[in-house]
Design a protein around this ligand. Structure first.
Ligand code: ARG
Length: 406
């Protein structure tokens, strides 16, 4: 029997670098690192070399940004999935893709196990492990951060020094940051105190609304079947479209969130997020649905949005319910084609205009002018029938009261 093979989700940071060496020693295993580029700004250059120097036998780095947006993010956008009504879930949407990436490499390489650098109290362990178990139940999953001996960052640094593991020991930011093209999550440091407002230095990609330009900016977003395809009339590839909206939105102070959130493991955590493009696109997409979707579908979809958000947050992407709900969502997006014009101004988004060939808005029906075509008289009978149960109810109550008095 050959050596054990482990595929490690690798970022090149301290934790995952130490993991490579630690797993190598503890399991006498061959380590293959896997790094998915989902649009994090972290340095990917030289990462393969670094992984090999750290003790990996092979390093895989893959640009997954397009796949991330088209196969994962667009699903969540079409579903209108915002966790607890607000969080666009950049981290939560990225994990199933990374789990699939780990599994694909493990199968390709004939590996026995996969390993990730998530802690025991976070959501990301859930998303990785439920994903991996669903896609490849035969794979062992190792989570060193849950059971290794290191108790602090300093101990990990000492270990890295001892074994010549190349880690950039820069002055550590007080925050823990997880990032991809759909958004950034910022935790730790002073943010752990929910009575303290986030200091300005916690924000990584947005300008403070206070300092944003006085002019603001107007942008028209075009959707086709629920997917954004153009900005200001210019067709753009998904990566370009999201990057541009992050830039424009960020410059106008759009996309900041400061939340208390319920984690899968039951604790409440304080989370600061920045996701300009996600906030803008959810707003525009929802606005288009209001214009195009019939009343009952729109109302029902609000419940579905919430359910889909919970499934994604809870790591249940590769499940039958998610698939079934997304089939519903997709069928609601058939006519979701049109333009939304927005104005960004100091952290706010204002809708300036909405238009679509599929719009169900009829000005002739809505108008209060002489052009009105709505049949007011037909409402007379409708009111009688619609109010009937409650009218009856009060009549019965009144007659009972009369009897009591008599
Ligand atoms: N609370 C967020 C979520 O569950 C952010 C997680 C951030 N992850 C991290 N490794 N810092 O999606």
């Amino acid at each position: 029997m050959g050596k054990k093979k482990i595929v490690v989700a690798y970022s090149g940071g301290l934790d995952t670098s130490v993991m490579v060496k630690w797993l190598n020693d503890k399991y006498d295993a061959e380590i293959i690192t896997a790094t998915g580029n989902l649009g994090q700004r972290a340095e990917l250059e030289g990462l393969e070399e670094k992984a090999i120097k750290t003790g990996a036998v092979k390093a895989v780095v893959k640009d997954m940004r397009h796949e991330f947006l088209t196969e994962y993010v667009w699903q969540a956008l079409k579903a209108g999935a915002l966790y607890e009504g607000v969080y666009p879930m950049a981290c939560a949407i990225g994990r199933p893709l990374l789990a699939k990436f780990l599994v694909d490499i493990a199968i390709q390489e004939g590996a026995d196990a996969v390993s990730h650098g998530c802690t025991g109290k976070g959501n990301d362990q859930v998303r990785f492990e439920v994903g991996v178990q669903t896609l490849a139940p035969e794979l062992e999953i190792i989570a060193p951060l849950r059971d290794w001996e290191f108790k602090s960052r300093e101990e990990e640094i000492d270990y890295a020094k001892k074994y010549n593991i190349p880690v950039k020991v820069t002055k550590k930011s007080p925050y823990s940051i997880d990032e991809n093209i759909w958004g950034i999550a910022i935790e730790c440091g002073v943010l752990e105190d929910p009575t303290a407002a986030p200091p300005e230095d916690a924000y990584q990609i947005t300008t403070s609304p206070k300092n944003a330009s006085e002019e603001g900016q107007v942008v028209t977003i075009s959707f086709e079947k629920g997917i954004p395809v153009a900005l200001n009339g210019i067709a753009l590839a998904p990566i370009d479209l999201v990057e541009q909206l992050n830039k424009i939105g960020g410059a106008n102070g759009i996309g900041r969130m400061d939340l208390i959130e319920n984690r899968v493991v039951g604790i409440k955590s304080r989370e600061v997020y920045e996701a300009p493009a996600a906030v803008i696109l959810h707003k525009a997409h929802n606005e288009l649905e209001k214009l195009i979707m019939d009343k009952e579908t729109f109302r029902f979809k609000q419940d579905v949005s919430n359910k889909v958000a919970n499934l994604i947050y809870d790591g249940l992407w590769f499940t039958p319910l998610f698939k079934a709900l997304m089939a519903f969502v997709d069928s609601t997006q058939e006519n979701l084609t049109g333009d939304i014009k927005l104005e960004f101004y100091k952290g706010n988004i204002k809708v300036l205009s909405r238009s679509s060939q599929f719009s169900l808005y009829s000005q002739q029906l809505a108008t209060y002018t002489a052009d009105d075509t709505f049949d007011h008289k037909s409402s007379t009978g409708f009111m009688k029938i619609y109010g009937l149960p409650y009218k009856t109810m009060t009549q019965v109550k009144n007659s009972l009261e009369k009897k009591e008095v008599a």
